[in-house]
Design a protein around this ligand. Sequence first.
Ligand SMILES: *[C@@H]1O[C@H](CO)[C@@H](O)[C@H](O)[C@H]1NC(C)=O
Ligand SMILES: *[C@@H]1O[C@H](CO)[C@@H](O)[C@H](O)[C@H]1NC(C)=O
Ligand SMILES: *[C@@H]1O[C@H](CO)[C@@H](O)[C@H](O)[C@H]1NC(C)=O
Length: 331
Amino acid sequence: MKSKLSSPFAEIPFLNTPIFLVPFLLLSLIYCLIFPNDLRLQSMLAPCNSAPATSTSAHQLAEEAYTAVDLRVLLGVLTRPCSYERRALLRLAYKLQPPPTRAVIDVRFVLCNITTEEDATLVALEIIAHDDILVLNCTENMNDGKTLEFFSAVPRLFGGADDEPAYDYVGKADDDTYYRLAALADTLRGKSRRDAYHGFLWPCGEEKEKDPAVEPFMVGWGYVVSWDVAAWISSAAAEEELRRDAKGPEDMTFAWWLRRAGRGKNVYGEGHRMYEYLDEAWMGGLSCYRHLLVPDTVAVHRLKERILWARTLRFFNATTGLKPSKMYHLN
Ligand SMILES: *[C@@H]1O[C@H](CO)[C@@H](O)[C@H](O)[C@H]1NC(C)=O
Ligand SMILES: *[C@@H]1O[C@H](CO)[C@@H](O)[C@H](O)[C@H]1NC(C)=O
Ligand SMILES: *[C@@H]1O[C@H](CO)[C@@H](O)[C@H](O)[C@H]1NC(C)=O
């Protein structure tokens, strides 16, 4: 067998670069030197970061990259231990999205107590491989307090006092919801970081007349609150009180907690950018909360079948990264 020789200069980026790329790399380096303050350009042109000037240490660079981030979001996808295929799909979907600019959105899968031998081993493997799972102290349920468990656990698990939160926002999503993280970051960036409650506001449009008495709430597909709201839910006094009222449809219940306590007063409904999936074939279902995929989507819900994920991911160009090769053909 032919063994691969490793070059002692492997760390020097230009030496491993195909010769025809060198002029471009040099040009972009010059660009970086001429426009040193344009952070956007610098982060777009990879060589700027991988060929640091000798006066800047790697540590300083890391620090700059960190401070350039001005928005941090924790998004918990509430799912069940047995949903292995859905988690695999969601991991792919989020990994292949273009990353948000100057924002970090950490996606975590949220489970209750693991109760079977099978899940104990298979979920352990997932944690070792991906480290993106939270197991809370609860029994698996939809409308029986898992949402409360999640929002109250996050401030405890991720630390950070109220004045120095680990994240600016905390959100939950269903496992049949596809958030577009860059769009979510962009929409949250301009919003209040205190007392915020973001999602798709119900009732919408024609639904308002059907039941005028219904108190508005963010539907459970996915909603986000500012860290102070999660910190409040996590506080001993609030948690004990909320625990008594944790049963019932989780999204309505959540809104009711906030309303009663005068929290989450900065209400941000996303309108047409959050919706339920609608296929061209079933146009009868068009409504204020359901329509065809649109390019400026923040989140689309009700992706319950593989084919709907496939169509959605293709619409958002997740497959354009596929390189032609003699190794495969996918028609
Ligand atoms: C977990 O939940 C159970 C039942 O709600 C409770 O009795 C127990 O104290 C909790 N354990 C921890 C470590 O929080
Ligand atoms: C979940 O598991 C923990 C640890 O095994 C146990 O202490 C707790 O009582 C369980 N909680 C529920 C709600 O079943
Ligand atoms: C996907 O890519 C095509 C071709 O570049 C572009 O026209 C379209 O707007 C993109 N779609 C979305 C949702 O960004």
